[in-house]
Design a protein around this ligand. Structure first.
Ligand code: GLA
Length: 398
């Protein structure tokens, strides 16, 4: 039995004094390229990673939900048939982890489906706040385990919609659909090339043999993250609106061209123009990157990663000194093809494409660069394209 599952089953018994009946798990993700394009109806190229959130659950009489997460203090509770409200915010005004579960429960209720009380124990090996989408994994694993417990299945599209609206409407982060889609649809050995305008996607087989993607988690979290994220979204919308006044066929920045930016110069905030320039160039990079990946052209793919990072740093302004340090250090290591921040930015992780034989050199160089600046040691680990959400009924002998 997988060690995670063994540990979780044992803990469930010692916390709840009963046995779990369902097991679900969902992966974290890295985005290879296409950052902040999803909510501009553009293109993204993420893949799921091996690190997952696991949840064991058991339906109970009544409407009380009791939740425990390994690594977090205390037990969270709420009642399905009462008004579901957000929990107390943790230290540093952090979102309470149980809010994601509450949000998903509320959205399932609003969809008119039955649900009742249940007890659930979560365990995550996706580092939290690292930009690897632990929140989507939490939402998606929750949606599927609730459905399994109360006797229905949710279509993949519905799991995405429920999870996405839980985060947007209940938790309050106006995120795009990339993370939830990756979590649900991911397939081992593949990245997903998603068109966020209509959520259609194509699996891109990853032909990595002597190369690997590596995550460098800077371990720096920016608590301002969600407000900056929502601000960026507004700036993009302002730019798209200004362009649409001149070209009504522009429905989102996905439809905009660099030439449009000259036309709106002086008509919107200068920052909105910079944000738009990132989105327009980033969408072009994703399309090229997909072709390079299909053709096994890693050098060209890597160049696009560097360009993407530069654009996120100067135009979108969501990098951080630590993320820049990773990218600059990676540039100097032989065998590295490219590096960039991944996810929302402002802390979190970078992703590097490197020859497997140079992995240790990369790791050594990054650790040394951080030590020189007296920063906490970053967490460096290779990742490979993994599968999406799963759920199963457990064998219970009682
Ligand atoms: C977060 C959001 C995604 C996406 C990325 C940035 O991960 O959840 O929807 O916008 O940031 O690309």
């Amino acid at each position: 039995m997988d060690n995670n599952i063994f540990l979780l089953r044992a803990s469930f018994g010692s916390i709840f004094y009963t046995k779990p009946k369902f097991l679900a798990s969902a992966p974290g993700r890295v985005n290879l390229i296409g950052e902040h394009t999803d909510y501009n109806e553009g293109f993204v190229l993420p893949m799921a990673i091996e690190k997952r959130i696991y949840v064991m659950a058991r339906p109970m009489y009544g409407d009380l939900v009791r939740l425990k997460s390994v690594g977090f203090q205390g037990i969270e509770e709420f009642q399905v048939n009462s008004k579901i409200v957000k929990g107390e915010r943790g230290e540093g005004n952090k979102t309470n982890w149980a809010d994601y579960v509450k949000g998903v429960s509320l959205k399932i209720k609003e969809s008119g489906r039955d649900m009742n009380g249940f007890w659930a124990l979560y365990r995550s090996d996706i580092p939290i706040g690292a930009g690897l989408s632990s929140s989507a994994a939490l939402e998606v694993s929750t949606a599927i385990v609730i459905a399994a417990q109360f006797g229905y299945t949710l279509e993949s599209e519905e799991i995405v919609a429920i999870s996405h609206s839980a985060e947007n409407d209940f938790v309050g982060v106006k995120c795009g659909v990339m993370d939830q889609m990756t979590c649900v649809h991911a397939k081992e050995g593949n990245a997903l090339f998603i068109d966020c305008r209509d959520s259609s996607f194509e699996y891109i087989p990853m032909k990595l043999k002597d190369e690997t993607f590596v995550v460098v988690d800077t371990r720096v979290k920016r608590e301002l993250g969600s407000s900056v994220y929502n601000d960026r979204r507004k700036e993009c919308e302002a730019a798209a609106k200004a362009i649409a006044k001149l070209r009504p066929e522009v429905k989102a920045l996905r439809d905009a061209k660099l030439d449009d930016l000259k036309e709106i110069d002086g008509k919107v905030d200068a920052n909105a123009i910079k944000r738009a320039r990132h989105i327009i160039t980033e969408n072009e990079r994703v399309i090229k990157a997909v072709e390079h990946l299909k053709g096994g052209k890693f050098k060209e793919f890597g160049e696009l990663m560097y360009l993407s990072h530069e654009s996120l740093k100067t135009d979108y302004e969501v990098s951080s000194p630590e993320l820049d340090l990773v990218v600059d250090t990676a540039r100097g290591v032989k065998g590295v093809f490219g590096a960039r921040l991944t996810g929302a930015g402002l802390g979190g992780s970078a992703i590097v494409l490197v020859k497997k034989e140079s992995l240790e050199d990369l790791s050594g160089a990054v650790v040394e660069a951080f030590a020189k600046k007296e920063l906490e040691e970053p967490n460096v680990f290779p990742v490979s394209p993994s599968g999406g959400v799963t759920v199963e009924e457990m064998e219970v002998n009682e």
